[in-house]
Design a protein around this ligand. Sequence first.
Ligand SMILES: NC(=O)C1=CN([C@@H]2O[C@H](COP(=O)(O)OP(=O)(O)OC[C@H]3O[C@@H](n4cnc5c(N)ncnc54)[C@H](OP(=O)(O)O)[C@@H]3O)[C@@H](O)[C@H]2O)C=CC1
Ligand SMILES: O=C(O)C(=O)[C@@H](O)[C@H](O)C(=O)CO
Length: 274
Amino acid sequence: MADTPVLTLNNGITMPQIGYGVFQIPEADTAAAVTSALEAGYRSIDTAAVYGNEAGVGAALRDAGIPRDELFITTKVWNSDQGYDEALRAFDASLARLGLDHLDLYLIHWPTPKHEKYLDTWRALETLYEQKRVRAIGVSNFFPEHLRAVADLGGTVPAVNQIEVHPALQQRAVQAAGAELGVVTEAWSPLAQAGVLDDPRVTSIAATHDRSPAQVVLRWHVQQGRVVIPKSVTPSRIRENLAIFDFELTPAEIAEIDGLERDGRTGPHPQHFN
Ligand SMILES: NC(=O)C1=CN([C@@H]2O[C@H](COP(=O)(O)OP(=O)(O)OC[C@H]3O[C@@H](n4cnc5c(N)ncnc54)[C@H](OP(=O)(O)O)[C@@H]3O)[C@@H](O)[C@H]2O)C=CC1
Ligand SMILES: O=C(O)C(=O)[C@@H](O)[C@H](O)C(=O)CO
């Protein structure tokens, strides 16, 4: 297994700092893509019920024969399954598709504030956690007010908030609110779906280190303590994205990449996505 650094979550369990994301990989291609990732050394896989490819992830896991305790598998409850009973049922369906008997991390995919169900959904995740069917529970696309509302329930604090973060959208207020509560930030679309890789500031830093632009952007994330889950279906890129733990950006280089911020959201806005 590749020597991937881990972060310790607020319940004491560890999570690899890099994982492999499978959004937009068709179900028919998912097993092969995940197999490439596992062969490259990834042990953390990020999927979601709505991606429609949990069964492909499960097939690759079964074929790989890697001991279950070396894997870290995340999936997410979709918006239409929010609510206490609905989320419990959605969890069972995801586990069945994955062919697993427990998950490492289960996330509420979006707060969908209009429906006002995310607190009930959170209580369902707490039940699953208490039953030891999932090793950690968290949220995704939560703004500070959603995080605080969950924390104010007085039960389990989310271990992770998976949000869109990349050089063009840094979400510092959301990250700070999470840090205050002990919530690790996991960056989705960490490469801005490749939209920041040809910026001259990134390519110049990459040339200095004899690395690719993607490696520089992923390194910018991990040096700031975030988990990253880049997606690629290209085996050489899958390997390249994992090879980011043997070089270091200087504080000036980090600051230069910080300068790419431009409110460059690529996905839906959490306040309006239901
Ligand atoms: N919680 C949420 O709401 C969301 C979660 N996610 C999660 O985050 C993961 C990653 O996000 P995603 O939107 O896929 O975007 P990424 O930022 O990971 O970018 C993926 C794109 O970058 C390309 N790419 C990957 N590596 C390289 C490289 N080394 N050099 C050049 N291009 C590269 C890929 O191309 P190619 O595949 O052709 O190689 C693909 O087009 C998802 O798969 C999913 O797991 C994503 C969106 C929302
Ligand atoms: O990829 C995800 O995890 C998402 O939630 C979104 O990208 C979402 O599915 C979407 O694309 C809605 O248009």
